[in-house]
Design a binder for this molecule. Structure first.
Ligand code: AMP
Length: 420
């Protein structure tokens, strides 16, 4: 992987795609600065070499240009406090002003461009009126792709070097994450530290695991996780399946699941996965018992039940005590652990025990020398909720990108840099 460590930025301008898609409150204050903090080492390396930095990012899902609610302006103050230098801000990422600001940028200076997604060209999705005819839609789609290329070319013109450090959007083939790379030769496009770190940790887990290698998967929807399960079947020694998605499997094996989550259309695929696991000698672990509730509510009546014999009108909300014990044992014997998706409705205090216990078992396994990687929105939320982030080996910052990586897909943001 070509990273910024392989390049001297002296007197060079680098345009860096960062992930500054940070949460803001009503007062436009940043409520979690983690994504900005993650980009700081990359920015500092370029500045310390004697280069200048042009930062570009998206924030939220704006539908027009400009859209004040989604302005990146609130980032300026925080960034200048952390870097201890004034930050220039281009109120429009396109146009003469941004061109001049990037042209005049001196070594040691930083310019932040306004939200790229103010322009539909960034994502390459046409903003169509509801009354557009099919013909108009087809034409608009073709046109936006052409304009997207031009948009990427203009961004590329601001700088000598392109750095991608936004793992969170690496699964998108957008102007700033992939297409822009076409305008730089192989020596002048590279990965920042966030990207390099994510890719090397995921690569280590997926392609060079110490065995036994355990995949823990949970969450709500089976259909969202099928591709990941199929790919992981070829790589792991064992899989723990928990969360709402386990009930489709339990039903597929003939269990009675009451009102628990179930995707009827995925029953066939669930059976197939069970068969494939058998053939590949991958052990599948399901929860033997569940905490069930009479409604989807933290204050619902609740009781324990075998997870394949849940009474009608009751639903499985968390894994049970026996399952916690069984899963903990499997986890503590693993040497490589990849966890995606909670074991139950962990947002509700009465149904969080399974998820919390699994997180704690992963911490114990890590203390015993296992390499543990946690990724995907809700498992990261869980590990943060229980303050265990620093006690696992690695927490991935990219939800969708991480899932696509474990599905075995090539991420456009990575491929764009690696191709000549
Ligand atoms: P996903 O985005 O597919 O990883 O799903 C995460 C969501 O799954 C979380 O919001 C959990 O509350 C939910 N979840 C986990 N277990 C269950 C369950 N047994 N029944 C319903 N929802 C669940």
């Amino acid at each position: 992987m070509k990273t910024i460590d392989d390049f001297n930025f002296k007197d060079k301008k680098a345009i860096v795609r960062v992930d500054f898609n940070v949460p803001l409150n009503d007062q436009k204050e940043i409520t979690d600065t983690a994504r900005i903090d993650a980009a700081i080492p990359t920015i500092k390396k370029i500045l310390n070499d004697g280069g200048s930095v042009i930062l570009m990012s998206h924030l939220g899902r704006p539908k027009k240009n400009p859209d004040e609610k989604y302005s990146l302006k609130p980032v300026v103050l925080y960034l200048s406090l952390v870097l201890r230098i004034p930050i220039c801000f281009a109120h429009d990422c396109m146009g003469v002003s941004a061109q001049m600001m990037s042209k005049n940028l001196m070594p040691g200076e930083v310019l932040l461009l306004e939200n790229l997604r103010f322009y539909a060209e960034e994502e390459g999705k046409a903003r169509l009126s509801e009354t557009a005819t099919e013909e108009e839609k087809a034409l608009a789609k073709k046109e936006i792709k052409e304009r997207q290329r031009e948009f990427a070319r203009q961004l590329a013109n601001y700088a000598d070097v392109y750095v991608n450090d936004a793992f969170g959007t690496a699964h998108r083939a957008h102007a700033s994450t992939a297409i822009i790379a076409d305008f730089f030769d192989a020596q002048h496009k590279m990965f920042g530290y966030v990207m390099a770190n994510e890719a090397s940790n995921l690569n280590k887990v997926l392609n060079h695991p110490t065995r036994p290698f355990l995949f823990i998967i949970g969450g709500a929807k089976v259909s969202d996780k099928i591709a990941a399960l199929e790919n992981m079947l070829n790589k792991v020694d064992a899989i723990i399946i928990g969360g709402g998605m386990q009930f489709t499997f339990i039903k597929a094996m003939g269990g009675k699941i009451g009102n628990s989550l179930c995707e009827e259309e995925s029953l066939f695929v669930a059976r197939e996965i069970i068969e494939k696991a058998k053939k590949a000698s991958v052990q599948l672990h399901f929860a033997s018992d569940a905490i069930i509730a009479d409604k989807f509510d933290n204050n619902a009546d609740r009781k324990e039940s075998p997870s394949d014999d849940i009474p009608d009108d009751w639903l499985g909300m968390d894994i049970g005590l026996k399952a916690i014990k069984d899963f903990s044992e499997v986890i503590e014997n693993a040497k490589t652990i990849l966890w995606n998706g909670p074991m139950g409705v962990f947002e509700m205090s009465n149904f969080e025990k399974g998820t919390k216990s699994v997180a704690e078992a992963i911490v114990r396994a890590t203390q015993k020398g296992a390499f543990s990687l946690i990724g995907g929105g809700d498992s990261v939320a869980a590990i943060n909720k229980y303050n265990l982030k620093d006690q696992v080996s690695y927490v991935s910052t990219g939800g969708g990108a991480m899932i696509e990586f474990i599905e075995g897909k090539t991420l456009p943001g990575i491929a764009a840099i690696e191709k000549d």
